[in-house]
Design a protein around this ligand. Structure first.
Ligand code: ATP
Ligand code: MG
Ligand code: MG
Ligand code: MG
Length: 476
């Protein structure tokens, strides 16, 4: 059977409905009641207060397909996008949740049934691996999960053990936490990190793909750091739709699945570029455009607007990165607005809100494209002035990069053409310092959502040319 992305999404939700889960719609990418979180980055976000016992629902089991963005903040996969086969800025996380209802035994049995049963996804068991928490920092090994996986028929040599970094989850410094188990799929030697080199599980991140994370919320950590057993432990899981699609469609890369190929195709048309074998730099550009178009479309649809700080800044960065890759492919006219409609056409079935928002989103995207074109022009003038002075210092280049969004390779080329020295080391140093500052000012994220307030979102520099700023009022 060939599975489409939509069928996989629907099958997941239907499977859990047969297990008495309530199907709940995805929440907005802008977290409703959590100022510590930049964007919704996991299925559990919308249920945080339910897990904490602060809110009650008329169901104790839920299943969702959740829109997630991992760009900026604690989970930041932005730099990976286009260069790994399985990281996106925007992706869909399929999840099942138990609010003090079933626990580990059922969670593991359900996951194994869905993944391996021929009536459901039917993946071959000899390509699957699972992980458990091996115990660390006086928290015991997850003996129970180990035995439950054995009980499902998973051979001991396919159950691997890791420490807190991979297999222990916590909501914040205090509160609910617990071990997790992850399910991995072996994409085969063709996917190996080093071509042709056959490495075992745990030593090749390109070949063994994490598809599903099962979190067992069983402890409550006190302010003193003690772990107490939760009276009603809970379940939170997250399965990546795009990765599952790659597995079920026999593709090495998420970008080769039907969730992406129409978008890559459209990006190719709009930039007069053909997708080659996947390894060409222009292929990476097309993947980045496809990814960033999804992300920008959903963010704007959920109410984020391009801005110079906070959420809007991350959106602006993503949009401009997409636009810049269009320029690398030779397209200097607005094209991202057309990508918005391509995203709508692909995704409106699962996310009907796109039907209503697409025109508004496209207008905002186009305004940003036009503004960025002006900024590039102004930045180029400053760049030329600096070059005429005979050298381009790292600090100056970083200023142009950060304030005008002038791409690094653009500046390197311009300096090279003029026979002027470009201080790449100084540039990298200035960039690293800025990144450290941004990290220090943003301590939020799903694993630490207890503390900082919204005002602590990264205040990134982008002070230049405020008079050109496009805000919602002007655009609409
Ligand atoms: P990885 O280790 O591969 O970065 P993760 O451990 O950070 O993944 P989780 O936080 O466990 O991911 O999220 C649950 C699931 O969501 C993962 O098992 C994966 O299938 C999917 N996922 C996570 N990050 C991304 C991403 N950036 N793009 C696409 N899918 C993702
Ligand atoms: Mg990750
Ligand atoms: Mg992981
Ligand atoms: Mg994980």
């Amino acid at each position: 059977k060939k599975w489409t992305g939509s069928e996989i999404r629907e099958t997941f939700l239907r499977f859990f409905e047969t297990k008495e889960h309530r199907r709940v719609h995805s929440s907005s990418l802008v977290p409703a009641n959590d100022p510590t979180l930049l964007f919704t980055n996991a299925g559990m976000n919308q249920f945080k207060d339910v897990f904490l016992g602060l809110e009650h629902r008329d169901y104790s089991r839920a299943t969702t397909s959740q829109k997630c963005v991992r760009a900026g903040g604690k989970h930041n996969d932005l730099e990976n996008v286009g260069f790994t086969r399985r990281h996106h800025t925007f992706f869909e996380m399929l999840g099942n949740f138990s609010f003090g209802d079933y626990f580990k035994q059922d969670a593991i049995a359900y996951a194994w049934e869905l993944v391996t049963s021929p009536e459901w996804f039917g993946l071959p068991k000899d390509k699957l691996y699972v992980t458990i928490f091996r115990g660390e920092n006086s928290v015991p090994r997850d003996e129970e999960a180990y035995n439950l996986w054995l009980g499902q028929g998973v051979p001991a040599e396919r159950i691997h053990e890791f420490g807190s970094k991979d297999n222990f989850w916590q909501m914040g410094d205090t509160g609910p936490c617990g071990p997790c188990s992850e399910i991995f799929y072996d994409m085969g030697i063709e996917a190996a990190e080093v071509p042709g080199v056959d490495k075992p599980f745990g030593q090749d991140d390109a070949r063994y793909v994490e598809i599903w994370n099962l979190v067992f919320m069983q402890f409550d950590r006190s302010a003193q750091g003690e772990l107490n057993l939760l009276p009603r432990p809970s379940i939170d899981t997250g399965m990546g739709l795009e990765r599952t699609a790659a597995v079920l469609q026999d593709k090495l890369s998420n970008f080769e699945t039907d969730l992406f190929t129409p978008l890559i195709q459209r990006a190719g048309e709009l930039t007069s570029t053909t997708y080659k074998d996947g390894s060409a730099p222009s292929d990476a550009s097309l993947r980045i455009i496809a990814d960033h178009a999804r992300c920008a479309t959903f963010l704007i649809s959920d109410g984020v607007l391009p801005a110079n700080e906070g959420r809007g800044y991350v959106l602006r960065k993503i949009l401009r990165r997409g636009i810049r890759h269009g320029r690398l492919l030779g397209q200097e006219q607005p094209f991202m607005r057309e990508m918005v409609y391509a995203v709508r056409d692909e995704m409106q079935g699962a996310y009907p809100e796109l039907k209503e928002s697409a025109d508004r989103v496209a207008k905002i995207v186009e305004a940003e494209e036009r503004q960025f074109a002006r900024v590039l022009e102004l930045g180029s003038r400053q760049l030329q002035a600096a070059i005429q002075e005979g050298s381009l210092s790292g600090d100056k280049a970083f200023h142009l990069y950060e304030t005008f969004g002038l791409p690094l390779d653009f500046m390197v080329d311009a300096a090279h053409d003029a026979g002027v020295h470009f201080d790449l080391e100084g540039f990298e140093k200035a960039r690293a310092e800025e990144q450290a500052r941004a990290r220090a000012s943003w301590k939020g994220g799903s694993k630490q959502s207890a503390s900082p307030a919204f005002r602590e979102l990264p205040k990134t520099v982008f002070e230049g040319y405020r008079q050109l700023r496009v805000d919602g009022a002007q655009v609409l």
